[in-house]
Design a protein around this ligand. Structure first.
Ligand SMILES: [Zn+2]
Length: 438
């Protein structure tokens, strides 16, 4: 669906000679909630803000921003682009421009433009350089006005299967086994780290032809071979799980583990038969050891946790070096040893370094001189070996769990990061940045 005003706006752009480069502007399409924006009634707002909003979103998409933010800052508004998880300041615009952009984006997303205090969230479809996008529009009250966040998703990019996320064969098999045996398998991570994506990747990795897979309630995503199970109104999670067991469900995607109540129900097996299905859930948390400690606290029965838990997986994203401009260098073997990389590595890569007395390297068109292009996940897997179960039954703290995991050579995000460095996919500088931030 293309609105007439989208075309008109583009025609207007031809008179605009501010842009040195010829760039087609983003095309805004329908609101995801189906609300038709009333452009006529809001003609003044549209004429003040539509072009600005288009230019801003075009700028963001052409820089591959995952989100664009407009924040009121005193008499002006500050634009920020989040590119591969890193914030880069954009223009400072006038407060009126910031306000007009915010209101237009809300209008296009089918939100209430009169409401400026209560947080709102909606979305719209868009097209840029012949690629379809979904723009999630979030408005929330902020000092001096409203903060606008536009999250941009390229709907063609698929992150659905273990291969899409770069699981190795060995890792794939391990996850498949852990996620299909009776008990609890948790996908842990801080908000915004792709936890939900990872959960569905885990589920897709399971053999759906030999397992009956159910999800309780709305999953928000369409999944082949996964049946959405409608809970009876008023039923507890326990009762709902009971109904799924009666129809022989093997794997159940349960609601997120966010409180003691949910945690207790998941770790409450049948007295005679134990766990009847593999329960897969998201759990917010810093990392797997911290999540285990939180479970121990919530459930209050370390033995129940040690028996019920099958494993915890986490992912963390790291930027990948731009394949066009990354620079090879010969690392110092002692340094390699110090950081935990194989000493015989002959070459590592980094973002082009500008040497003082050398001419500046050519500008890179691909990454816009950021040196990085895109992100990949690093994984951590806490496995429930006999030793780990025995430890958890003693209600250990985070460091004791970490020590045990290290002793058993379980995969951590730090190790996985070094693998990516050794493979030339990212740099040591980027690893430092990612782990310093937490
Ligand atoms: Zn580059």
């Amino acid at each position: 669906m293309v609105f007439g005003w989208g075309k008109r706006a583009e025609a207007e752009e031809e008179d605009d000679d501010d842009d040195d480069e010829e760039m087609d502007l983003v095309l805004f399409q329908g609101a995801l909630n189906g609300v038709q924006p009333n452009m006529k009634e809001n003609a003044r707002l549209v004429s003040a803000g539509l072009m600005l909003a288009k230019e801003l979103v075009t700028n963001g998409l052409s820089r591959r921003a995952g989100s664009i933010r407009v924040d009121p800052k005193g008499e002006r508004s500050q634009v920020t682009f989040i590119i591969d998880g890193v914030a880069f300041p954009g223009d400072r615009i006038s407060k009126q421009e910031g306000l007009a952009i915010t209101q237009v984006m809300k209008l296009l997303a089918g939100l209430d433009i009169k409401e400026r205090k209560v947080p709102q969230q909606g979305g719209l479809k868009a097209e840029f350089e012949e690629k379809p996008y979904e723009l999630q529009v979030i408005s929330q009250a902020a000092e001096g006005g409203e903060r606008l966040t536009v999250r941009c998703t390229d709907t063609k990019v698929k992150l659905d299967t273990p291969n899409d996320l770069g699981f190795t064969d060995e890792f794939k098999q391990k996850i498949r086994a852990l996620a299909s045996i009776p008990g609890v398998f948790l996908v842990v991570g801080p908000a915004g780290s792709g936890v939900t994506t990872l959960k569905f990747v885990v589920v897709r990795g399971v053999d759906c032809f030999t397992h009956q897979i159910f999800t309780i309630g709305e999953s928000g995503r369409k999944l082949d071979n996964v049946t959405a199970f409608k809970a009876n109104e008023g039923d507890s999670l326990e009762q709902t799980l009971g109904r799924i067991y009666r129809i022989d469900g093997d794997i159940v995607i349960t609601p997120d583990v966010r409180d003691a109540e949910t945690a207790k129900m998941l770790f409450n097996p049948d007295e005679d038969d134990g766990y009847k299905a593999a329960l897969i859930a998201e759990m917010p948390g810093k990392d797997p050891p911290a999540a285990v400690v939180q479970l121990l606290e919530w459930i209050g029965d370390p033995v129940a946790v040690s028996k019920g838990l099958n494993g915890l997986i986490m992912q963390k994203l790291i930027r990948t070096l731009c394949s066009k401009c990354k620079q090879a260098y010969r690392p110092n073997p002692q340094f390699l040893k110090k950081v935990g990389l194989p000493e015989d590595l002959k070459v590592l890569y980094r973002k082009p370094k500008v040497e003082e007395d050398e001419p500046e390297p050519d500008s890179c068109e691909k990454c816009g001189d950021l040196g990085y292009y895109g992100q990949v996940p690093m994984f951590e897997l806490l496995e429930m070996t006999d030793e780990m179960r025995a430890l958890i039954a003693t209600k250990p703290d985070v460091s004791a769990i970490r020590t045990q995991a290290k002793k058993e050579k379980m995969l951590t995000v730090q190790q996985d990061a070094l693998r990516l460095v050794a493979e030339g996919k990212t740099s040591l500088e980027e690893v430092q940045r990612v782990f310093k931030a937490t």
